[in-house]
Design a protein around this ligand. Sequence first.
Ligand code: GDP
Length: 480
Amino acid sequence: ISEGEILGYLYSKGIKPDGVQTLDKDMVKMVCNEYEVEVIDADPVKVEEMAKKKEILDEDDLDKLQDRPPVLTIMGHVDHGKTTLLDAIRKSKVAASEAGGITQGIGAYKVLVPIDGKSQPCVFLDTPGHEAFGAMRARGARVTDIVIIVVAADDGIRPQTNEAIVHAKAAGVPIVIAINKIDKDGANPERVMQELSSIGLMPEDWGGDIPMVQISALKGQNIDDLLETVMLVAELQELKANPDRNAKGTVIEAGLHKSKGPVATFIVQNGTLKRGDVVVCGEAFGKMRALFDDSGNRVDEAGPSIPVQVIGLNNVPIAGDEFEVVASLDVARQKAVACAELLRNERMSAKAGDGKVTLSSLASAVSAGKLSGLDLHQLNIILKVDLQGSIEAARQALQVLPQDNVTLKFLLEATGDVSSSDVDLAVASKAIILGFNVKAPGSVKSYAENKGVEIRLYRVIYELTDDVRNAMEGLLEPVE
Ligand code: GDP
């Protein structure tokens, strides 16, 4: 398709690119949609995510797709106002009938946002924070369509803000920034915008592509603006599913209830879940005896994006497990057994180190000339250091290493000890964790071991760079 034609199309949409402008992702999608061209995102992490997303929809669904509500997660640094924002949204938007007493949450809730005189639903996951998001990703689950990152206007970007951004970017999920606490003395939203643009998140108001809304979660100020902005971003994503088929989706919460037995909250991602359906999720299965919506009311069914709490499973599944409706209890039982078997094998191979990304496996792949087979031509690194100043020092020392065989990609650079959410990010993105002058608590170490993630800790910078260089050149001696 000629350049002129594409430019003509962009002009017709009111977009007037100058000669050398790069189109952002949404624009590229829009153009490709117009010409019915498939878009492939070349970032390997994102390709992987897209593949996962595709699995939710089958070919049969394609001519029966309907719009579905967006599913949203709120992330951000501790004390920046995630919980207050979730409460504010819930209070202002959840049905008034609940005013008497907020019912026990089920892990997600639906909110109606008035847009052009119509009420449009969206769904919020109730567990804020990147730990939950990371844990789900580490299990291969992709539920969230848009991430809202809360940044306090009197505090600015902090370590967990950065982590949240990395998680959202690695998952290929669009970001909306809520600059919170604008009611406070000392609030400086402009400074926050400046900080964000300096790390590549350019505010829409300044010509960039990241929507940022200034709010006060405490005072309930501009919450509507925020929700409307989120809905606009959702619209661009063209979120669709086929409600007219057996349900498929993800477990977002699960536990054992005193009288009800195993309970789980599902987000339906495709199809419609009905009472009486037989479901298998991970190693658990059963006939859905009852479904409850986010207000605790019994319902007969739940369509795409809608969270429901279910009872009827024989076991408690794990958040992040996929669920699907199958034809009979026999089929469900067989699938559950097969899944248990698969998990056992996976655990064993994680312990045995099969397929895990380590400096030694990189070294042997390089020396055997088998890089592409192992998908190791790019080494994804999570760098944890003691002081802000060390980040730059360590990164630069690594970046100057010759990257002929293997390129280094820094997924996250942050201060602080290695945490379990670092491990989750490493699992989801096939990365190794390098620590400089930091520790990894015992619990984190054993978690990493279980997940097959390598953590290497250093006190001296040249030892760190030597190991990485040797690995990249295929010369690293195996440890232990
Ligand atoms: P979280 O750790 O991110 O969930 O943060 P919280 O929602 O618990 O909020 C941390 C503190 O900030 C609490 O004392 C809140 O009352 C306060 N807070 C949250 N939002 C606002 C706001 O918009 N304005 C002001 N002044 N305080 C806020």
